[in-house]
Design a protein around this ligand. Structure first.
Ligand code: PHE
Length: 461
């Protein structure tokens, strides 16, 4: 089976696809928001430490499992462990459904914002009436149609397969994304708020870091790096033996981190450049990206006519390469485990996801019961509940199982063979031993700390 498995056609294929998965709404929507609320500087520093000492080792561990077995998560865990471990892979598939079920709805908003910006750019800006965004959220047909559009685009790419679909899409979308981002960063460098942005982001003041910020940073590291649900195992399984796991993982983590920081630079500089704006940023994450920014593009910036539409293409492309990876985890499970063909696996899994996403789409005011019920305190409605479930529980738990598996059940020899971190005499390098130490002790301990914090009531979504 491994022989006729589709593979990345080029070395850069894995890196672009995996970076595409990692870079998404987590970078452009969630990170700027939580960094803002945790007062910048010190939080950013803690987040960077989490990414480096927990995110990077786990990413290497996931890729290693996939590359070694050349299988999707369930059979991969079964091969290296035993049948029982397969449930970790299955748990990842379930997490895929949960995340796709709400992520596609938020991703759909970027299509609307893009469309709105195009209209404003062509016919002039018209301030939306008070409460317009709320009305849009509660409009069932728009919500369903937009998320459906997003899911169909995702399915179309996954349907085409690994090298002809996912890799091709990533090779086109990611460079466009980098280019738009670079253009926007260069633009804002000349805005008056740039100094304040750098100070906010890079001058740590630990007395301003809320105590919960440390744990929040760790929780977000999982989400933003697409760890804990088998994405990197799946993508790693399409990697050829000749490629370096360490270099690939390092590049993906670097790209994800730098893009999250640049997203903050762009958004904050615009906000800081408008007097009084800082105080009126709404408390909601959704508000900053989809409500405050579009208005600022057109009322406060020179060149907003171009920046506006470009910015929302950026958001849409980033989200698309993430939803592709989420769907691929599910599809590869149907192919490997249920012996389905790629096309029927894609259709079946997309139908199930559409079914879930309709509930999320209707939970923003359209249907009272779906919008109001609360399982987790303070998280009303299907969409918020799913987000909470995935970010606070499922990804950290999946990550914990993965570190325990690779740290304690996969042999040192096998890990070394895959990571190839040896010196000239063939002995494991210092960094290999360091990686193993982090995977065995530091990462599980930190995740357990997060889970305990969640149990005690801290929310990471
Ligand atoms: N990493 C993606 C983002 O930052 C979200 C994601 C999570 C994708 C888990 C796949 C798996 O938006």
């Amino acid at each position: 089976m491994a022989d006729n498995r589709d593979h990345w056609a080029s070395r850069i294929g894995f890196i672009l696809a995996a970076a595409g998965s990692a870079v998404g709404l987590g970078n452009l929507w969630k990170f700027p928001y939580i960094t803002w609320h945790n007062n910048g500087g010190a939080f950013v520093l803690v987040y960077l430490v989490c990414v480096l000492i927990i995110g990077l080792p786990i990413m290497m561990a996931e890729i290693l499992i996939g590359r070694r077995t050349q299988k999707s998560p369930v059979p991969a865990f079964e091969e290296l462990g035993n049948r029982g471990w397969g449930f970790v892979g299955l748990f990842g598939v379930l997490t895929g459904f949960v995340i796709l079920g709400y992520y596609s709805v938020i991703a759909g908003w970027s299509i609307l914002s893009f469309w709105q910006c195009i209209n404003w750019s062509i016919s002039g800006y018209v301030a939306p009436p008070e409460g317009a965004f709320g009305e849009f959220l509660a409009d069932a047909p728009s919500q369903i149609l937009l998320s459906l559009t997003f899911l169909v685009a995702t399915a179309f790419i996954v349907w085409r397969g690994v090298s002809k679909g996912i890799e091709k899409a990533a090779k086109f979308l990611m460079p466009v994304l980098f280019a738009i981002l670079a253009y926007l960063v260069i633009r804002v460098l000349f805005f008056p708020g740039i100094g304040q942005t750098f100070e906010f982001l890079f001058r740590p003041n630990f007395s301003e870091l809320p105590t919960t910020g440390v744990l929040e940073a760790l929780g977000h590291a999982f989400f933003t790096l697409s760890l804990g649900m088998g994405v990197m195992i799946t993508y790693g399984s399409y990697m050829r033996k000749s490629e370096s796991i360490v270099r690939s993982a390092g590049t993906v983590v670097f790209l994800d981190t730098i893009i999250a920081l640049l997203a903050c630079v762009i958004m904050y500089t615009i906000i800081f450049s408008v007097p009084g704006m800082e105080d009126s940023i709404s408390a909601s994450a959704i508000g900053m990206l989809f409500m405050t920014l579009p208005r600022l593009f057109y009322t406060e910036l020179s060149g907003g006519v171009l920046i506006g539409p470009l910015f929302y293409i950026l958001v849409a492309f980033a989200a698309l390469t993430s939803t592709i990876s989420l769907l691929e985890v599910i599809v590869s499970f149907f192919i490997d485990k249920l012996k389905m063909k790629r096309h029927s696996a894609t259709v079946l899994s997309t139908c199930i996801v559409i079914f879930c996403s309709i509930y999320s789409a209707l939970s923003l005011g359209a249907v009272g019961f779906l919008s109001e019920f609360e399982i987790f305190g303070d998280k009303p409605g299907v969409l918020s509940t799913l987000d909470h479930l995935a970010a606070n529980w499922m990804l950290p738990l999946g990550g914990l199982f993965t570190t325990i598996f690779v740290g304690w059940f996969v042999s040192r020899k096998l890990a070394l063979e895959q990571l190839r971190m040896v010196d000239k005499t063939g002995r494991p390098t210092f960094y290999f031993n360091l990686w193993r130490f982090f995977i065995r002790f530091i990462a599980p301990a930190a995740i357990i700390a997060v889970i305990i914090a969640v149990i005690l009531g801290k929310d990471f979504s």
